[in-house]
Design a binder for this molecule. Sequence first.
Ligand code: UDX
Length: 431
Amino acid sequence: MKVAAVGVGYVGLVAAACLADAGNDVMCVDNDPQKIDLLRDGEIPIYEPGLTEIVKRNVTAGRLKFTTSIKEGVDESLLIFIGVGTPSAPDGSADISAVLEVAEQVAESMTDYRIIVTKSTVPVGTHKLVSEIMASKTDHPFDYVSNPEFLKEGSAVDDFLKPDRVIIGTENPAVREIMKQLYAPFMRKSKRIIFMDPASAEMAKYAANVMLATRISFMNELSGLCDTFDADIEQVRRAVGSDSRIGSAFLFPGVGYGGSCFPKDVRALTYMGDQKDCPMTIAQAVRDANYHQQDRFADRVLNYFKDKKDITIAAWGLAFKAKTDDTRESPAVRCIQKFLDAGFKVNAYDPEAKPAELEGRIKTTTRSYDALENADALVIFTDWQEFRNPNFDLITEMLNSPVIFDGRNLYDPSFIKKYGIEYHSIGRPTA
Ligand code: UDX
């Protein structure tokens, strides 16, 4: 099939590359000429495991092309995927101006029937707005599909190739059939493709993300209570997760969730509720609990060094989670900003991330242990594999006094104790 993908961010680029890999002809469109030039040279503007290989393979095969011209993409393709960003506006709503602008340009470029497929996370009702705008700009017929994307950064390619499910929001049976064919290479069981109306598809995306954010936040809040009762959240997690009705995924307590989706989608759902006079009180509470979790972790470190001068913190992990270079709404960045405001120095190591917000304010190192030089504590923010089994002898030797604050519960407290390291983690008794 011939597909255009407008927007080469995580969602657009991964979808485009994977669709090309299944034999489709895909034209990626983005209005950033630098990104397009980079991609034409086989370079990926983001860090995402496996993506470089799949892009290169399909560029070489001639199935994946790049342009800055929407017209070129629309001319050559039956299906136009929209995967541009929908960031938070100051009032908490999702800013869909980029989606609307693309829809308008697509309509203006159309010379025949086209199918518009929205992959961006958009507020419920956007399908109507987009259809209205397009109808006002073209006399050619079109269909609209809401096709939310559920991929996770760090495993985006794998998630797209082997999705838990694909949601197709359109009422038109002929379009459903085309979408079914397009996704057939990624479906091991046809029941994994779920058809519905566009509004429900739009809502499904928010429902999934906010439910996951709620699970994590509930565990995070419980971890605080565990701290006060000397209970162990990891034991509680295992007990709770073994209930098949609950399941064991997404129950890991930590330093709080971040990223480009959960915080923004929690805010956007809250906003939608307020708009319709149907308050989303749980989403609102999740947002507050998540900030509280991040601040509670930072405050533990700050209180530990209260009244001490010239403190240096070694931080491992700067992105919002492992296996990504994305620092959007990263708990590490929020906590480190608090450390800096308190006058601490910070040496940080992350295998991929370089947060612009902290540039010039922290010292970054290219090796994890270099961050420990002259540091008074090691603070762990993400669970990169290389942090899981470090050289504890070296850590003990390098830190001024061996203290670890672990925001991801990477280590067994009784094991760490053998090294004489004071170990603070999330919702578990301090060792
Ligand atoms: C998320 C959704 O999972 C994905 O379906 C959607 O398309 C986009 O948003 P992503 O933001 O890439 O994906 O990351 P994810 O792996 O879901 O993690 C989100 C945040 O939750 C991270 O900060 C992560 O560290 C945190 N998290 C996740 C926990 O604290 N505990 C967990 O058990 C799981």
